[in-house]
Design a protein around this ligand. Structure first.
Ligand code: NAD
Ligand code: AHE
Ligand code: ZN
Ligand code: ZN
Length: 370
């Protein structure tokens, strides 16, 4: 079939909107009509050329929701008409990672997914002249139709709006999950969140759910403070307005250091600050941000010797087929908020403007509706 897609033709270039060819689903695969997709900073990270795994041409996008149009041979858990959220962290329920409750990093298809291919080692997308186009994070939601492995689809209730629940495909789950699943934040904790964008705001929302006493937000953009306050931030710090050492300032503000800190910027200097403002003896710092190729973190080992821990999380530690339908229920039951964070709705033709808004700090989430 033919479908419309925004294609990343080369690193650093704007996405190009074009008709592409899409082959039907093979065994274990599912054809989806994508109804909506969010723009996450990780899409921009790959588009820009910062991603060591970036492959071009590719159809980016990993924060989508849609409807099953066709299932390949052997697919048993989904049928035509089901509503689904694609999962860049699949859940096969049989690999050693899926069987270990300590991780959500199913490895069943990781090698081919990282190479921009479906599990049989081929791509379903091509340009009209036959040039193959790579998949991205197993999802490729910047296309109106996509083919995804069955194990990378969470089946969700049919009354949930696609233009909101697409955000559960990455930002919402990553932010809330980092608090609940990874850090396991306790009631009464003091937390510091660096980066109040689409991920950081959901960390703040998770901190509110966890019953934190203090939730400090740190961002270079004063414009991010209002929304963060609405989601539960108690104190705002703009590092460019702090005289002297930022770590010392945050340690003082949190009464000796934070119980938990979160990086949602992808900046390795910020990651160091986040580790060092965690409380001596027990503070934990969780890295969520994705850093460019070649970037490395550093600190004095003494920071760890004296009881701080450095950790990381992908997709908020969520096992997607199990947890994502529950998060959709939380949204539908009013336990979490999504709507205010979706600041812009765009047509596919306007997708590059969505990345401009991200760079200008004007959007939290821009969502493309097909
Ligand atoms: P975003 O662009 O919406 O937000 C980033 C925020 O960080 C912005 O508000 C920006 O002003 C702020 N910022 C940038 N530099 C800063 C600095 N030096 N100090 C303080 N604030 C600073 O991006 P997003 O979609 O929220 O994504 C955030 C990061 O999380 C990205 O690196 C993204 O790739 C990563 N991410 C990781 C996962 C995961 O599973 N680990 C999932 C989603 C996104
Ligand atoms: N390809 C990059 C790393 C990108 C990365 O860390 N991706 C996160 C999800 S970000 C979603 O917005 C992730 O899930 N990582 C685990 C994995 O297996 O990819 C690089 O640096 O090579
Ligand atoms: Zn993402
Ligand atoms: Zn698995």
């Amino acid at each position: 079939m033919r479908t419309r897609a925004a294609v990343a033709v080369a690193a650093g270039q704007p996405l190009e909107i074009m008709e592409v060819e899409l082959e039907g689903p093979k065994a274990g695969e599912v054809l989806i009509e994508v109804k909506a997709t969010g723009l996450c900073h990780t899409d921009e990270f790959t588009r820009s050329g910062d991603d060591p795994e970036g492959i071009f041409p590719a159809i980016l996008g990993h924060e989508g929701a849609g409807i099953v149009l066709e299932v390949g041979d052997g697919v048993t858990s989904l049928e035509v008409g089901d509503h689904v959220i694609p999962l860049y962290t699949p859940e096969c329920r049989e690999c050693e990672y899926c069987l270990n409750p300590k991780t959500n990093l199913c490895q069943k298809v990781r090698a081919t997914q990282g190479a921009g291919l479906l599990p049989d080692g081929t791509t379903r997308f091509s340009m009209l002249d036959g040039t193959p186009i790579h998949h991205y994070m197993g999802c490729s939601t910047f296309a109106n139709h996509t083919v995804v492995p069955e194990i990378a689809l969470a089946k969700v209730r049919k009354d949930a709006p696609f233009d909101k629940i697409c955000y559960i495909g990455c930002g919402v789950t990553t932010g809330i999950g980092a608090v609940i699943n990874t850090a396991k934040v306790e009631i009464g904790s003091r937390c510091v969140i660096f980066g109040l964008g689409g991920i950081g705001l959901n960390v703040i929302q998770g901190c509110r759910m966890a019953g934190c006493d203090q939730v400090v937000g740190v961002d270079l953009n004063d414009g991010k403070a209002e929304m963060a306050t609405r989601f539960g931030m108690t104190d705002f710090v703009n590092p460019s307005h702090v005289d002297g050492d930022l770590v010392a300032h945050l340690v003082e503000l949190t009464g000796g250091g934070a119980d938990y800190t979160f990086d949602a910027t992808g900046n390795v200097g910020v990651m160091r600050t986040a580790l060092e403002c965690a409380h001596k003896g027990w503070g934990e710092s969780i890295i969520i941000g994705v850093a460019p190729a070649g970037a490395e973190i550093s600190t004095r080992p003494f920071q760890l010797v004296t009881g701080r821990s450095w950790r990381g999380t992908a997709f908020g530690g969520a096992k997607g087929r199990t947890d994502v339908p529950k998060i959709v229920d939380w949204y539908m039951d009013g336990k979490i908020e999504i709507d205010p964070m979706i600041t812009h709705k765009l047509h596919l033709d306007e997708i590059n403007h969505g990345f401009d808004l991200m760079h200008q700090g004007k959007s939290i989430r821009a969502v493309v509706e097909y």
